[in-house]
Write a protein that binds this ligand. Structure first.
Ligand code: CA2
Length: 145
C-alpha cells in the first residue's frame, strides 16, 4: 500500500462553506475531504483540521514518523505567524504543498508574508476549494517522480 498523503487544515477552516462564500466558496470541509479522497484513489489520506497550533505540529510529526508520502497543508492564519509549524515542516523529508483557497497575494498585506512557504515544495493559492483536488493530483505526481 502507498504511503499516506497527510492533508492538514488550520484554524477556522471547520467553518468553511458557512461564511464569506465570495472568498472561500460554498463547499464545506467535509465535502473538501470527500473530494480529496476521490482524487487520491487508492492512496490513503489522513485528513485533519484543528484550531490548535500544537495539534497541527503533532500531525506533522506523525507524518514524519509514518512516514507519509507527502503533506498538503492549509495552515490558514498560522501561515503568517507560526515558526513552530515551519520548523516541524522543515523536518519532513518529502514533498510539501502549501495550499490556500483564496489568492492571499490579492488580499490585505497581513496575508502576504507566508512563513510556511520557506518549507514548501510548491504553493497553490486562489483556485477555491477545488485547489485541494489539484493539490492531491500534483502530490501524487511528486511522490511518484
Ligand atoms: O485562503 C485560504 O485558504 C486561507 O488559508 C484561509 C485563512 C486565511 O487566514 C488565509 O489568509 C488564507 C482563513 C480561514 C478562515 O476560514 C473561514 C471559514 C469559513 C468562513 C470564513 C473563514
Amino acid at each position: 500500500m502507498a504511503n499516506p498523503i497527510y492533508i492538514l487544515n488550520g484554524p477556522n477552516l471547520n467553518r468553511l462553506g458557512t461564511r464569506e462564500p465570495e472568498i472561500y466558496g460554498h463547499t464545506t470541509l467535509a465535502q473538501v475531504e470527500a473530494m480529496c479522497r476521490e482524487a487520491a484513489g487508492s492512496t490513503p489520506v489522513e485528513f485533519h483540521q484543528s484550531n490548535r497550533e500544537y495539534e497541527i505540529i503533532e500531525w506533522v510529526h506523525e507524518a514524519i514518523d509514518a512516514p507519509a508520502g507527502g503533506i498538503i497543508i492549509n495552515p490558514a492564519a498560522f501561515t503568517f505567524t507560526s515558526i513552530a509549524i515551519l520548523d516541524a515542516l522543515k523536518m519532513f523529508p518529502g514533498p510539501i504543498i502549501e495550499l490556500h483557497i483564496s489568492n492571499i497575494h490579492r488580499r490585505d498585506a497581513i496575508y502576504h508574508n507566508s512563513l510556511v512557504s520557506k518549507a514548501a515544495t510548491a504553493v497553490i493559492a486562489g483556485l477555491g476549494p477545488s485547489g485541494y483536488k489539484m493539490a492531491v493530483g500534483a502530490m501524487k505526481d511528486l511522490i511518484s517522480a
